[in-house]
Structure formats: C-alpha cells, structure tokens
Design a binder for this molecule. Structure first.
Ligand code: IVH
Length: 672
C-alpha cells in the first residue's frame, strides 16, 4: 500500500468503527457481529502500529485506553460551570415558576429532564472532533481528563453529519450504570477487596484514574444536557438536545418520557411524580428532576444569580426514609473473615418493600451513630440496594439503655477478632476453623473462574459440610460414591457428575489453582501475574516480601498477604494434600522451553515493520528472554526496537530521553 492508501484505509476504518460503536452503544442496535467488529479494530490497530504518523487522537483504538496520565492539567472553563438551585418542595417550584413568569417576556415553555447522579463533564469539539474533556472542578477551572473520557463509548470522538457548530462545548453527566457497578463489586468481593459504597463516588474515582485502560474496562456512560456555543444553531434547549442526538450523542429518549416539554406547573408536577416512582426501574441513579426554560432568548432574559441560572431549578427526591426500632445487631462473617454488622429491625414498609434488616457497615459507623439496642432509628434506602441506618431519634431513647458494645470474638467460632491498621473492618483470623469462612472458601474454590467443578454447587457444599464429610478443600478429593449415595437428594447420575467434575479439576492450570486457594487480595489477575512470574508454587512459597514486591504490579499489601498465607502450617498441610491429589502447582516446562533471562530488567518499545519477524513474534521473543514490552516510550524504556517507518514522534521522544534505538539485527544479537 502507498502512504496515501494507508492513510485513507485508516480513515475509512475509523469512520466505520465509530459508526458501529454508535449503533451498538447509543442505539443499542448493532449491525455487525462482535467478531466482525474486532476484526476491523484489529486491522486498524495493526495499521496504526506500523504507521504511527497517521494515528489520530480520536481513533477508535483510543477507546480501549492504555494511555497513562501522570497529572491532570488544570483548564479554565470557557463558560463557568455553575450549579443549579435546589429544592425538595413542589411549592417552591410553583413559587419559582410564578417569579420567572413575571420577569420573562411572553409565554414560557419548560423542559423537564432527569437529574443524573454522576460527575459533570464539559467536552469541547472543534470541526467535529473531540479536543478536550474537563471536569467541573471549582466551576471556574477543572481537570483535563480527555484520555479517560475517550474510553466512554457513548461519547462520540468524531461527530456525525455536518450541521454542528465549528467550535462548541457540550456538557453532561458521566455516571456508573448500576449493572456495571454491581459487576465491579462482585469482582472485588471475589478478590476479597473492600466494596465501593456507591456508583457516583466510584464514577468520580474512576475518572481520576491515571491508567485509561482501567477506565475503559469499567463501562461508564454519559447523558448530555447542554450545548454551549458562540454560534447560534437552535433557538431552544429542546431543539439543541435533538441536534446533539443527530451528531451521535446519547440523549434522553422522549418516548420514554426521559425528557418532556411542559406548558404549565401541572405538567411539570406530573413529570416529577412519574419519576419519583419510576426512577427505581432505571439502570442508573437519578437524584431529582431538572426544570429548564426552553427558549434561549427567554433564558438570556432571565440570566443568572452569582451561582446558578434563574432559568432552571432542580427538584430533588428525598431518599425514602422511615423510622423503626432496632431490635438487635447480628454479625455476618464473609469468606475472607470480614465481619459485617447488620441491624435487625422491627419490620417496616419502605419504598414498597418490607425492611427487616439494614446495613451498619462496621464498628466505626455504629460508634458514630451512637447506637443502642431499642433505639428508634431512621432507615434510608440510599443507593437503592441495601437500606441503611442513618440516624437515631435521641428524643425517644430509653435513658437506661446501655452503651453498645461491639463484639470482640467471632460469632461463629469464638476466635478473638483482629482489626489491621488501615482496615475499617474487623476480621476473624481463624480461616481454617470458622464454618462460614470454610464454606465460603470452598464455594470460591469450586466457582467457575477458579476450579470450575461441574456437578458441585454451593448447596451441596453446605450439605456435605453439615454432614461432616468435608472440612476443608482437601477433603473434596477424597470423596467416594459410597459416601455420597446415601445422602439426601443424591442420585447416581449426580454423584457421578460430581466426582467426574472433581477429577477433571486436576487439569485446571496453576494460575487458576492459585486463585482458587482464596488468599486475601489475590484476585484472578494477580494470581495470573504471580503464576507466570514464579512458574511454580514452590518458588512462590519461597519468596519473601521483597522478592514479591519486585514483581510488576505487586504491592506490599498483596506481598504480605501471600507470605502470611504460606507461613501458616495448616495451609502448608493443605497444599501438600492438594499436591498429592494431583492438582497443577506449576506451569509445565514445555510452556517456557527455550526461555532465558538475557533481557532481564530491560524494557522494549517496538515501532515500525520488520523483515525477519512479525511484531508479535518479536514481542514473544522479548518475553521469552525475560524482557518487558511497553507501548510507549518513557524514561523507563531501555531500547526502541525500530523497523521501517518508525513514527517521527517516537524518534523525537527517544532523542529527548536518550533512549537507544536498535535494529532487528542488533536485537537478534542480544538474544543469540
Ligand atoms: S443543567 C448551570 N441538567 O446537576 C448548570 N444539570 O447542580 C446547568 N445535572 O453539576 C446544569 N443532570 O452536572 C443540568 N439534566 C441536567 C442535569 C444536571 C445532572 C448536574 C450537573 C450539575 C448539577 C447542578
């Protein structure tokens, strides 16, 4: 291909991929299969790797992230990002409407919208291409988080059509969809990590992450609510929003009543009442309704106060709340031994469901609330998932109620609880003798991403544990059909399936066995890293904290957890049993035959095209010889392995940082 042809292929692929992105994420109406999409994306990635000079900052390949931002630059907003005046009262909406009707000229029309509970963002477009995305910050200046915003697939990087202003800003709210949020917390739970409290804070934290690849994996979403431009395009807010939809943005759907034009207070009230209940059926959180004057001329006439526009107001929903009596506090023990206190309440109706229990989070929270048994407590459905106790009605407290004492010993096995520095929760350290921990660990061990034992589920684990047949993971491998058949609900076929499943799990590769052990902080990814680095459990067991933290992405917390786990004699006995049962505790030698450490400690960036090897082959050779591959040139880069057509920006950066550029032949010499 000539340079011209490459350039035009890259442009066509980019356009096509963005179109498919829009169909999939915004319209929820894909027109090609995921496989076909991936093929196109791969082709584009390869072309971009070979011809970096043609890479566009808004290429669809940027949606998968990978750029690291050291520090977000501060940016002054072209138009200040103001806030809205808020009210919880419908009467105040009536007053507001009366007030502005007297100021503005002519009949007023309103637009009602959802008040998305997320993080405000202002995104600039010049000639239809995204140039910058900035957080609200203090309203006058915010942070440039463009790399992270590019990973949000419902935000176009290049606009569709041609009727957009040549230079404008669009503002909206980035949020964490509830389904993705739940998935994230499930993964964290599996890895024994602390759960995130609510979608809004997590969205905000995610957007401030330095590694955009993590942001890309999180599934954030965005609705747009305002177009700001010096050129006039539309005469009303509603019209602008429709235009934004045509340019490829995700906008509220009028047919689903997510946005509506209203003539009077009654219609506004209907909209509010509709969403006061209907909001529980949305896949994202809203905390109210925003009412805006539709006509731009009238908006201008009404103007702003120091903090907010006079032409808009937010009606905020009260979190559903009731009071009831705290009857007792129970304590749950999780798989990792973490203790969660739970309030047992006198049953009460709250937002359509009877609530008997509410989360109390941890000992600090109970202390902060100054809780006593028998107290009248306020219970709120906040994050809409588990209700929580928010306050105590002190006026109703029995003056003789004793001060609440948090447990000091595990409610299940009576072991003294520990609380490590920096942890908010207490833990039961008796992981090998505490029933819910043992059962939880076994459930984790057999789960799909771990040993994936077919024919064995958590109910059977409970049954076998309660019958005294399995006391630890090791016992699973000694089970026989003679033992199992007499048990209730055990037919010949199900026993056979279970035993086959257990046998087959002996082939599960080392990295998953390591994950299956359920060591605290060792999630799937960390297990993979450790397995690949140490190659065998014996080597991993020998490693001290220092050796462990030397492994890429392994921090002190993980390192200490690994060392502590293997120091425990009972864990050593368990490993011995599993070893004799025949589980995989190393990566088979043939998988790393020919490996050397010739490139140990060296980091390579590959650029351009090569004669003797494909780029993937070179990457593999680097890894096989103990080196590391990296996508971008930094001060940590040892060498740039350059072929034909290395990008000028890479060369410039290499010169600036003094990184040595080597050829394919030089490289072959290094590993020969
Ligand atoms: S219009 C002058 N519309 O609520 C401000 N804001 O306090 C104009 N928000 O930080 C904002 N949904 O990020 C507008 N449909 C909506 C909104 C919305 C959420 C946020 C916004 C701002 C806060 C206002």
């Amino acid at each position: 291909m000539t340079a011209e042809e490459v350039k035009s292929r890259i442009e066509n692929l980019s356009r096509e991929l963005e179109q498919h992105n829009h169909s999939y994420y915004v319209l929820s109406d894909p027109t090609i299969s995921d496989f076909e999409f991936d093929q196109l994306l791969k082709e584009l990635e390869q072309l971009e790797e070979q011809f970096p000079a043609f890479v566009d900052a808004n290429s669809p390949t940027k949606r998968v992230g990978g750029d690291i931002t050291k520090k977000f630059a501060a940016v002054v907003h072209d138009f200040p990002m103001m806030s809205l005046s808020n009210t919880y009262s419908k009467d105040e909406i009536v007053e507001w409407e009366n007030r502005i009707r007297k100021i503005a000229d002519g009949k007023l029309e309103y637009v009602c919208e959802l008040k998305y509970d997320g993080v405000a963002i202002g995104i600039k477009y010049v000639d239809g291409a995204m140039t910058r995305a900035v957080t609200r910050g203090d309203g006058t200046k915010g942070e440039d988080i463009t790399n992270n915003v590019r990973t949000i697939r419902t935000i176009p990087m290049k606009l569709k059509g041609n009727n957009y202003p040549s230079d404008f800003e669009i503002r909206g709210e980035i949020f964490y969809p509830l389904a993705s949020f739940q998935k994230l917390n499930e993964q964290r739970e599996e890895a024994g990590e602390a759960l995130f409290a609510n979608p809004r804070n997590t969205a905000s934290g995610t957007l401030k992450m330095q590694d955009s690849a993590i942001v890309a994996s999180r599934g954030l979403d965005c609705y747009l609510y305002g177009v700001y431009s010096k050129e006039t395009l539309a005469s009303s807010h509603f019209e602008s929003v429709q235009y934004a939809g045509e340019w490829g943005f995700k906008i509220p759907i009028a047919e689903r009543k997510m946005i509506a034009k209203c003539e009077n207070i009654d219609q506004i009230t209907d909209f509010i009442n509709h969403w006061d209940t209907e909001r529980h059926n949305l896949d994202f959180e809203i905390d109210g309704i925003v009412i805006k004057v539709n006509n731009y001329r009238q908006q201008e006439e009404l103007g702003f106060t120091a903090k907010s526009p006079r032409w808009a107001i937010a009606y905020k929903f009260k979190a559903a709340e009731v009071t009831t009596v705290l009857e007792s506090v129970a304590y749950q023990v999780g798989r990792t031994g973490a203790i969660t206190p739970v309030a047992n309440l006198k049953p009460v109706l709250l937002a359509g469901t009877t609530v008997k229990r509410a989360s109390l989070h941890n000992a600090d929270q109970i202390e902060k609330l100054d809780l006593r048994i028998g107290d009248h407590v306020y219970v709120e459905k906040g994050g809409e998932i588990i209700p929580k106790v928010t306050a105590v009605n002190l006026a109703k407290r029995d003056p003789n109620a004793p001060v609440f004492k948090y447990i000091t010993h595990c409610p299940e096995c009576e072991t003294a609880l520990v609380r490590n520095e920096g942890d908010v929760k207490h833990y039961c350290p008796n992981d090998l003798g505490c029933p819910p921990q043992i059962k939880g660990k076994m459930e984790h061990f057999i789960s799909r991403k771990a040993m994936d034992i077919e024919g064995l589920g958590s109910e059977t684990i409970d049954q076998l544990y309660d019958a005294g047949m399995i006391k630890s993971i090791g016992d699973l491998y000694d089970l026989t059909s003679e033992q199992l058949l007499p048990l209730e609900r055990m037919a010949e076929k199900s026993v056979e399936n279970m035993l086959t499943g257990i046998q087959e799990s002996k082939l599960v590769p080392f990295e998953r066995v390591l994950f299956a052990l359920g060591i605290r902080y060792i999630g799937e990814t960390v297990a993979k890293k450790l397995a690949r680095y140490f190659k065998s459990l014996d080597k991993l067991m020998e490693a001290d904290v220092e050796t462990l933290v030397a492994v890429d992405e392994i921090g002190e917390r993980i390192a200490e957890s690994v060392v502590e786990y293997f120091q425990n004699e009972e864990h050593q006995l368990l490993i011995d049993r599993l070893k004799s049962a025949g589980l995989q505790f190393e990566i088979p030698a043939e998988q790393f035959a020919g490996n050397t450490e010739k490139l140990k400690g060296l980091s390579f960036v590959i650029s351009g095209v090569f004669e003797g090897h494909s780029r993937d082959e070179l990457k593999e050779l680097i890894e096989k010889n103990g080196g590391k591959n990296s996508g971008s040139v930094s001060s940590k880069t040892s060498y740039i392995l350059a072929g034909e057509g290395m990008g000028p920006s890479k060369r410039e950066k290499a010169d600036k940082l003094g990184v040595t550029i080597i050829s394919e032949t030089d490289f072959e010499g290094m590993i020969d």
